[in-house]
Write a protein that binds this ligand. Structure first.
Ligand code: FPP
Length: 257
């Protein structure tokens, strides 16, 4: 038996003092540009190697029995990058879907997409829809692609939907609860992430899943995204499992009457 298998079993299935294996892991894939700069390579090479790391991570998530993997692929704020870099990132998404969709489908991966789609170019919007449509009935890993995604914008869209229902007389303002807001987000059926990983050593959320992260555990990994692999994912999960999640309550030992 390989060490990797033993480690993954310990990370995900084995008993431990902390919490159970995470069902939903979300990843901020950061550091492609710095990885490239360190090697004197163009940023697009960093992004290209980032796609390879993404493939590895999807495979690792499946192998480790993670139920849901959310990836921050392109943020609402990434439009402020130079046009050539935006074009590189759009090209990589096109190629990722065209080259990898069949394999993802064969691997029983179900693709979901969150983010603002109405402003995307028709070909990109079409590819994202194709990925969701082809894999809709799959029952394995759920891969949530956050594309043209910003959490504040997602919350604003939810607020607009609720405001429209109030304006139409179908909803009383005092009936708006946290649960109702959750139900109008982009993927209301997806449970909140248990674990959010950010690579590159930066320690912030950068407008990613702000609402859903209320009780997520955050793990910051000091590797650039192109260096991320199954061992790094297992390490992050092992750190997560050492945490004690209280959700605002008390630790188990202090939870008596
Ligand atoms: C952060 O690196 C990464 C991104 C802006 C996008 C993530 C994209 C990929 C992993 C490749 C593309 C994949 C798809 C499916 C589109 P950075 O450029 O912010 O790195 P830096 O902070 O070191 O400059």
């Amino acid at each position: 038996m390989s060490t990797a298998v033993t480690t993954s079993e310990a990370a995900l299935g084995g008993p431990g003092p902390g919490c159970a294996a995470p069902r939903h892991v979300a990843v901020i894939m950061d550091g492609n540009g710095r990885w490239a700069a360190q090697r004197g390579l163009p940023r697009r090479e960093g992004h290209r190697r980032g796609v390879e790391a993404l493939r590895r991570t999807v495979r690792a998530a499946g192998a480790l029995g993670i139920g849901i993997l959310t990836i921050f692929s392109f943020s609402s704020e990434n439009w402020s990058r130079p046009p050539s870099e935006i074009s590189d990132l759009m090209g990589l998404l096109r190629r990722f879907i065209r080259n990898d969709l069949v394999d993802l489908h064969k691997s029983n991966v179900k693709v979901r997409v969150i983010g603002e789609r109405t402003t995307l170019s028709p070909d990109i919007a079409g590819l994202l829809r194709e990925a969701e449509d082809l894999t809709r009935a799959n029952t394995g890993l759920v891969l949530v692609v956050a594309f043209n995604y910003g959490s504040r914008q997602e919350i604003a869209r939810a607020a607009q939907r609720l405001a429209a229902e109030v304006a139409a007389g179908r909803l009383a303002p005092e009936a708006i609860t946290a649960e109702l807001i959750s139900s109008r987000l982009d993927a209301p059926d997806i449970p909140d992430p248990d674990l959010i990983i950010r690579t590159s050593g930066e320690q912030r959320l950068s407008n990613f899943l702000l609402w859903q992260a209320a009780y997520s555990e955050l793990v910051f990994v000091p590797l650039y995204w192109p260096e991320f692999d199954q061992a790094a994912l297992e390490g992050a999960i092992a750190e997560y499992r050492r945490r004690e999640r209280r959700f605002g309550g008390l630790a188990a030992a202090g939870a008596g009457p």
